[in-house]
Design a protein. Structure first.
Length: 240
């Protein structure tokens, strides 16, 4: 608790503010999101170190995966989005619409072509799916959490179909990612980060070439099975 309060939060807030003040004008000048992306990655990596969180990656190399693609991962912690951000090549991530209203930070998210979505509004969800398909068609990969919310016990929730519809429409491969350790480091409902290990296992890409809407359910099943295969059983699952 004290580590998060005294080290991680002050560093992240100050570094992010200074980085945005400097890098937003730089991005205007060079017309390239790369520099601000690199600074954001560096800030987040240092924040993880200050929190005592180690990161390990295993499996397929996401940097050599044909682009664009759709990275999909399980979701049990607030640390999952920044975790995939620092471990992946450039991606667009869908996030809560309210975050995009934050001064400077929300503007930077829009510059990076991240996608706001209000999951309680059907029209917002529709626009987000259209924006995601547009990013893929322009060569920008997506990183999504198809459960739609954090799992309270680490067990996989049902997958929503949006990510897979976008992948099929763009004929982009889907790369399943299993995140292990998120719940132990920062469980749902807990505001403090605990020191620990976060592991990301990148599974082989699942191709969508030649697939149509009728194949979506099978694609969802294949990806969900891959992610689940590397998840440890929670106590709830062991006792059932």
């Amino acid at each position: 608790m004290l580590r998060t309060l005294l080290l991680v939060l002050p560093f992240t807030l100050v570094a992010a503010l200074l980085g945005l003040v400097v890098m937003i004008p730089v991005t205007w000048v060079v017309r390239d999101i790369g520099p601000i992306y690199a600074v954001a990655r560096a800030v987040l990596r240092m924040a993880f170190r200050l929190a005592g969180v180690r990161i390990e990656t295993h499996g397929a190399d996401p940097w050599s995966t044909p682009q664009p693609c759709v990275f999909v991962a399980n979701h049990a912690s607030n640390l999952d989005p920044p975790l995939v951000f620092v471990c992946l090549p450039r991606v667009a991530i869908m996030g809560k619409a309210i975050v995009f209203r934050w001064p400077l930070f929300g503007y930077a998210l829009k510059m990076a072509e991240f996608i706001p979505v209000d999951r309680g509004r059907a029209e917002s969800r529709r626009r987000a799916l259209e924006a995601g398909a547009d990013r893929l068609k322009r060569g920008i990969s997506l990183a999504l959490f198809p459960e739609g919310t954090r799992s309270p016990d680490g067990n996989l929730l049902p997958f929503r179909p949006g990510a897979f519809s976008m992948a099929i429409e763009a004929q982009a491969p889907v790369v399943p990612i299993t995140i292990v350790g998120g719940r132990e480091v920062m469980a749902k409902g807990h505001p403090w980060i605990r020191p620990g290990l976060l592991k990301l296992l990148f599974h082989p890409p699942v191709p969508t070439r030649g697939l149509g809407p009728a194949d979506r359910a099978e694609l969802v099943g294949r990806v969900r099975e891959a992610i689940a295969s590397a998840l440890p059983l929670s106590p709830t699952a062991r006792s059932s």
